[in-house]
Design a protein around this ligand. Structure first.
Ligand code: UFG
Length: 341
């Protein structure tokens, strides 16, 4: 299938493109490179550099490349940031998303997979979180993701656009080719590994007084390759299933605490990791763990790298391949340079 991946130059986008190519799809990335990297787009995927708010450019990309399905991943995605700049988040995640949907209608593309988030749930009292639990986002980021999911539901009812929204829990890890390299890193796994590498003095634990076994927050970490696999399976399923589906994308289980992540990183890297405890970060729920029954049953999704050791080890390998150990990778391997438009 010919697939357009918005946000394809980002961390998760680049891994999803790898998985789509492996599954035999033709891929075009659409990205404004505001946070993504040109060299993250794996050949033979092509990169169209453009702004999702530019309806004409998006429609042209869909038509020129005769796109049959869209994976919509482009977004702003930092919770704290969204509280400070809701206008920017509604523009990037809702206005641009709706512009994309209009282009999708104009170009008669019938299938879409959407990167949603566990942030749509807010702070549910009962865990693991089921897709049937009421979404009550606690920040603009989660609210924008929910708004787009809802639009998808109505676009299916009215225009028969088939879609799957994947509510990501905590993506982490890397492939041999692609990994996390944010200019401003806020995520736990890369920050812990920077502390192991010595490019960061210590890892700060935001709160150790939560009502959890060791007092630190519990999360559901999924290997980014497993996350990517779910996108390929969701696209395949849209050939059979006429609906607007919603699935959690996490591993389930008891969840992993911040201290457990640090301990695993110590074992994997064999390095000391200094820890500092700070007050809670605003808006952090104590526990976010997915119920995963629905995606396993509907898509047959089964994670291939469920062990946290493997997730952390892959991220460590990726980081060690970079020049400054801070996450910025060297220039790409020449055979993988994308073809610019
Ligand atoms: N944490 C620390 N120290 C750090 C960074 C993180 O203790 O330096 C803790 C956080 O408090 C949290 C856990 O590590 O308990 C994970 O934090 P991340 O920032 O890595 O991830 P979040 O769970 O906050 O956010 C993730 C996604 C968001 C999504 C959210 C759903 O990155 O996009 O899950 O609530 F919105």
């Amino acid at each position: 299938m010919r697939v357009l991946v918005t946000g394809g130059a980002g961390y998760i986008g680049s891994v999803v493109i790898e998985a789509l190519l492996d599954a035999g799809h033709d891929v075009v990335a659409f990205d404004d490179l505001s946070t993504g990297h040109r060299d993250a787009v794996v050949a033979p995927a092509r990169l169209v550099e453009g702004d999702l708010l530019d309806a004409r450019a998006v429609t042209a990309a869909l038509r020129t490349h005769r796109i049959e399905a869209v994976v919509h991943m482009a977004a702003r995605s930092l919770v704290g940031d969204s509280v400070a700049d809701p206008a920017g988040y509604y523009r990037a995640n809702v206005t641009a998303g709706l512009t994309l949907l209009e282009a999708v209608r104009a170009a008669e593309v019938g299938r879409l997979v959407f990167s949603s988030s566990a942030a749509v749930y807010g702070e549910p009292a009962s865990q693991p979180i089921d897709e049937g639990d009421p979404p009550l986002p606690k920040n603009p980021y989660g609210d924008t993701k929910l708004a787009f999911e809802r639009a998808l539901r109505w676009y299916h009812t009215a225009y028969r656009l088939r879609s799957t929204s994947l509510r990501y829990f905590n993506a982490a890890g890397a492939t041999g080719r692609s990994g996390e390299r944010h200019a401003r890193e806020t995520h736990l796994v890369p920050l812990v590994l920077q502390a192991a590498a010595g490019t960061r003095e210590a890892i700060t634990i935001y709160g150790d007084d939560y009502p959890t076994p060791d007092g630190t927050c519990l999360r559901d970490y999924v290997h980014v390759s497993d996350l990517a696999l779910a996108h390929v399976q969701a696209l395949d399923a849209l050939a059979r299933v006429d609906g607007a589906e919603v699935y959690n994308l996490g591993l389930g289980g008891a969840g992993t605490s911040v201290r457990e992540v640090i301990d695993v990183a110590r074992r994997v890297t064999g390095r000391e990791i200094a820890v500092r405890v700070a007050p809670r970060r605003r808006g952090d729920p104590a526990r976010l763990v997915a119920s995963t029954e629905r995606i396993r049953l509907a898509l047959g999704w089964a994670p291939r790298h469920p062990a946290l050791e493997e997730i952390v080890e892959s991220a460590w390998r990726w980081m060690r391949g970079s020049r400054d150990m801070g996450g910025a990778r060297r220039t790409p391997q020449p055979p993988h340079a994308p073809r610019p438009e």
